[in-house]
Design a binder for this molecule. Structure first.
Ligand SMILES: NC(=O)c1ccc[n+]([C@@H]2O[C@H](COP(=O)([O-])OP(=O)(O)OC[C@H]3O[C@@H](n4cnc5c(N)ncnc54)[C@H](OP(=O)(O)O)[C@@H]3O)[C@@H](O)[C@H]2O)c1
Length: 286
């Protein structure tokens, strides 16, 4: 029997132009967002082959809050910008959140909101690798990322940890439980009591990760913004969704201890309206 021909490109849902411009400088490379027979799809890459391209992205309120009182998860993104975010996920090899978000929101980090491919389409959307910044291995073995992996509906989560400073039986036990649940634990260097971001990026690149989408939460966004400087850049693209709501002082912000003199200068690349939200794409000033 003949293999059915792939539907014409026009039948395949297309990603938002803002993402194509911000991440690929214009047009869609062939095979973008699709996982084709074990082949990794095109993705943004960084000129320095020692680390992945890093896209820092999050949704915030008009008063720059990304979560509610006591960390309550907020659905800040409207439907259209949520779909845009899931398109963005299809364009990256890996997607990262901190352990605060993993415990608070129990996210799935998949691409379920991208418009479905036409029936009979020979390929699937690319699913990024979930990665958790979790120095002390506090991820719960029963979290959705691990249960989805066990059920065959998610990719194997990687946990970025640091070796304990002294012999710690509990750490070993937690590692064992997480590995039994399916996680891969990657040890990197410690910096100021946390995961060293440069060491983590180097380790991910060595494992084949060409692009990393960092989705939060507050402390992780703050760390990336603070650590990325003109001399040692760690962030290549920033994509921020701004929702037309005020959260108030009790919400969770990411700007603590960030000063305009220390944060890398960002220049505007694109703005687009998605439903009721506005999405800004920025890149570091060259
Ligand atoms: N609106 C959005 O787009 C969005 C997206 C995601 C999350 N959120 C919200 O963000 C809030 C959670 O933020 P959060 O600040 O509590 O947690 P987080 O940023 O997700 O995770 C922070 C934790 O990550 C670990 N970590 C390890 N190395 C780190 C490093 N170099 N820099 C920073 N963190 C590092 C630390 O714990 P260890 O030291 O134990 O490793 C740290 O406490 C929730 O309200 C969630 O709903 C919003």
């Amino acid at each position: 029997m003949d293999t059915p021909a792939a539907p014409a490109a026009l039948d395949t849902p297309q990603p938002p132009p803002l993402l194509l411009d911000a991440l690929f400088g214009g047009g869609a490379p062939p095979g973008l967002a699709l996982h084709t027979d074990g082949q990794a799809p095109p993705t943004p890459t960084h000129a320095d082959a020692a680390r992945p391209h890093v896209t820092l992205t999050f949704a915030q309120s008009l008063d720059a809050k990304i979560g509610g009182a006591r960390g309550k998860q907020l659905a800040l993104s409207g439907r259209e910008s949520l779909v845009m975010t899931h398109w963005m996920r299809t364009m990256h090899d890996a997607i990262m959140v901190g352990i605060g978000t993993a415990l608070n929101d129990d996210p799935q980090l998949n691409t379920r909101h991208v418009p479905p491919l036409p029936e009979g389409h020979p390929h699937k959307y690319h699913l990024p690798r979930p990665v958790i910044l979790d120095a002390d291995l506090n991820l719960l073995p029963e979290c959705k990322l691990l249960t989805n992996y066990a059920a065959g509906t998610g990719r194997r989560p990687w946990i970025i940890a640091v070796p304990p400073t002294r012999n710690c039986v509990d750490w070993g036990l937690r590692r064992h439980d997480l590995e039994v649940a399916g996680a891969k634990v990657i040890e990197v260097e410690r910096e100021n009591g946390r995961v060293s971001l440069p060491s983590m990026l180097k380790a991910l690149r060595k494992l084949g990760v060409r692009s990393l989408m960092v989705e939060g939460g507050a402390r992780v966004i703050q760390s990336f913004l603070a650590a990325s400087t003109e001399k040692a850049r760690l962030v290549d693209t920033v994509i921020v969704t701004v929702a037309p709501v005020f959260v108030g002082d009790e919400g969770v912000g990411y700007g603590a201890n960030l000063s305009s003199s220390s944060v890398d200068k960002l220049q505007h690349a694109q703005t687009a309206v998605f439903g009721r939200d506005v999405v800004f794409a920025l890149t570091p000033t060259q």
